[in-house]
Design a protein around this ligand. Sequence first.
Ligand code: GLY
Length: 439
Amino acid sequence: MTEFVIVGRGGREHALAEILGQAAAVFSFAGSDAIRHVAPPLDEGMTVALDRELGDAALSALLSRPGSIIVFGPEQPMAVGWVDQIRIAEPDRLVLGPSQFAAQLETSKWWAKEFMVRNGVPTGAAERIKSVDDFERFTLQFEPPYVIKADGLAAGKGVAIFDQVGPARAFVDGIVSGDLFGRPQPALIEEFLAGPELSVFLLLDGDSALQMGMARDYKRAFDDDQGPNTGGMGSFTPVPDISADDQRVIDQRILRPILDGLRREQLFYRGFLYVGLIRTERGFRVLEFNVRMGDPETQALLPTLGMRAAVWFEHAACGELNQLADDMDIEAVAPNLYRFVSAQAAVCVVVAAESYPQASLQGERLSADVVPPACRPAGGYIFHAGTRCCDGDWYADGGRILNVVATADRLDLARQQCYILAQEVVDLKLRMRRDIAAF
Ligand code: GLY
C-alpha cells in the first residue's frame, strides 16, 4: 500500500492526512493532535521546529518509513532546506516539495518577479528597494496606492498598501532596517493591481503539471471584506466567474510560460505550486507564487478530489504524471499540462477565536461534535486548524480553530450544508464569516 508522511500541523495538513488516508497509509511529522489521531507520528517525543534545519535524530525519524512519500504542507521547512537534507541523506526518496533554491519562488518576492519577467509571465511592474533612498527614487515611477512588500517570508504580514508616501516610507524603513521582521532585507514597490483574485493549484512532477483546481479565499476578518487581514476566513472551489475562455487564456498566457520557464532554467520542481492570480482590466496577472497548497483553499479542494489525490500524488512523486493522460477525468490541455475538472463544489468556513486575529483562544473546551476523524455525513468535514486534545477532550489552541467543509454538486448547496455544519460547532467564544461563497 502507498504510504505518505505529512509534514505540518495546520488545517491544511489535517485535510491532507484525512483525504490521503482514504486511499493510503498516512503518517505525520510535526503534526497536531488531530493529525496524529489519523496519521501516527514519526516524531514521537521530539520537538521539531519547522523553520530550522533538521537535526540528525529528527531527519532519521522523518526518513524512518522506507518507501513512504514525504508531502510538505507549509513552506518554512522547504525554505530552510529540508528537501535538500532529505536528498543528500537519501537521493531516491520520493518527496513532494521543491528544493530550497526552487522554493525562492515563494521565499523571495524579487527572485519570483525576475523569474516571471525573464519568462514572459504577466505580472505587475516592480522595483527592488534596498534603502529608503531607493524608495524616494522609485516612488516617482509609481502611482498611489503604493504596494510595498518585504522580499522574504514575513508570516503573512509582509505586504501592505498605502495611499500616502509617508506611511509607505516608514514601512520600507522597517523592512530594510530589520525593525519589522527581525532581519534587514530588501523590499519591493509594486504596481497596484485591482480586480478579483483566484488561486490555481498545480501538482508538478519535475516535468509535467496537473491543474488540480481553482479556488478563492477570503482574507479579511469580517463579512463584506471588512476588518484586518487574517490567515484566511474561508474558501470555495470551483471559481464560477472563470469561463472556459478564461481558462484557455490562463493555460496559454500564464501556466505555459511558467512551465517553460521552470524547464528552461532547469529548476527541477516536484510538488505543489500555488499561482495567485488577479483579473485586471488588462488581463490576468500573477500576484504571487507559493510553493505549497493554499490554506484554507486546500481544505475545500481536497475533498472534491477524494481518493484521486493519493493516486495523483504518487504519480507526481514518481515523475509519472503523464501516465494520467488516459484517465477519463483528466484533460490534456497542452504538452505536459493536464487539467482535472471536478464535478464537485466545496465551501470551507473557518471557525476562529472571537478575538482573532488580535488574540488566540487557549484552553476553551470544544463541543463533542468536533472529535476526529474529520469526515461527516453528506460530504461534510471538520478539519482542525488550532486544537489540542487532553484526556479525550478537544480544546481551542490558536486563532483559527476549525475548518468546516461541505461538498456538493453545486456551490450553493455546498454552502448551505457547510453553514448547517458550522452552526453546530460555533459557540460563544468562536465566530465565523457568514458570507463565504455568497454571490
Ligand atoms: N490562502 C492564502 C495562502 O495560503 O497563502
